[in-house]
Design a protein around this ligand. Structure first.
Ligand SMILES: C[S@@+](CC[C@H](N)C(=O)[O-])C[C@H]1O[C@@H](n2cnc3c(N)ncnc32)[C@H](O)[C@@H]1O
Length: 271
């Protein structure tokens, strides 16, 4: 039921879904920190030029150029509306020098052809949109071709027993509620349909603000496809836990993991 709107409240009418998305699911500082950690541990130099595939709102790209005066980034996404939002954000949030080191390109990551980079990122499971093994293989091969000789491809994956269930998970955010809706899980094909919904203090809602029609890939499958694509090795970064068993934001290379209800991991594939 609708409630009177108080000053400062976000409602379904006033909400900016890209802003809510960033606040709910992204933490660009930790992703940039993971890039530096992986390069520190796996290579003997620091990365400078990166490519953010499926860049969406460009959160990581913006954070990358804020790190220093030399970092450069190219973001690739095929949705012109999110890129327009990202370009506005870049113009309002970054200095001229930082802006000169970010390029956003409207293109399918599958076929994009760009100058070689040190590191390519594919985050928030976006490559799960490639549902056929052959498609995934061709995407990984093209990422490998786009990397310098010592390049690293960093990608994330999710899993755990809950990922096989049709279920909702709500999280209270500052001024709104974020809902992750695992709406459909097909155990035969591996197809999943996930939605993000938002709800507001006045009772208004944005249902299906984002829709993801994915194949639910498992870590060993992804690793096998990366190796088939020609990457020389693949390591998994697994998150440590605090005394309550919750993720503590400390990532380390691991080969065991933990069979818990829900996890997110990163993979580093070395050219
Ligand atoms: C789940 S969002 C991820 C956004 C961001 N990378 C993050 O970490 O939150 C997926 C993004 O990938 C884009 N996308 C999906 N398929 C694509 C493709 N084949 N080529 C380029 N962009 C694609 C969508 O437009 C959307 O902005």
């Amino acid at each position: 039921m609708a409630r009177p709107v108080k000053e400062g409240w976000i409602t379904a009418k006033t909400a900016d879904i890209n802003d809510l998305y960033e606040r709910s699911v992204q933490c660009p500082e930790s992703e940039v920190s993971l890039i530096y950690q992986a390069w520190d541990e796996l290579r003997e130099r620091k990365p400078v030029v990166i490519r953010e595939d499926f860049c969406g709102t460009s959160a990581v790209a913006r954070e990358w150029v804020k790190q220093n005066d030399i970092n450069r980034v190219v973001g690739v996404d095929l949705d012109p509306s999110v890129l327009a939002w990202a370009n506005n954000k870049i113009a309002s949030e970054l200095t001229e020098n930082q802006i000169s080191r970010v390029d956003l390109i409207e293109h399918d990551v599958f076929t994009v052809d760009l100058p070689l980079v040190d590191c390519t990122l594919a985050m928030n499971f976006s490559y799960y949109g490639f549902k056929k093994r052959d498609q995934l293989l061709r995407y990984f091969e093209s990422v490998k071709r786009g990397l310098k000789d010592d390049g690293i491809f960093l990608l994330d994956a999710y899993g755990g027993s809950d990922s096989f269930l049709e279920m909702d998970e709500e999280r209270d955010m500052d001024g709104f509620t974020y809902i992750w809706d695992q709406h459909l899980v097909n155990p035969i094909t591996g197809d999943v349909v996930n939605y993000i919904h938002f709800e507001f203090p006045d009772g208004s809602k944005i249902k299906k603000a984002f829709t993801y029609e994915w194949r639910f890939w498992t870590l060993p499958e992804i690793k096998d496809v990366l190796l088939d694509a020609g990457f020389s090795s693949v390591v998994v970064y697994w998150e440590g836990t605090d005394e309550d068993g919750d993720g503590n934001g400390v990532w380390s290379v691991d080969s065991r993991g933990e069979a818990c209800a829900g996890w997110v991991a990163y993979m580093a594939a070395l050219k």
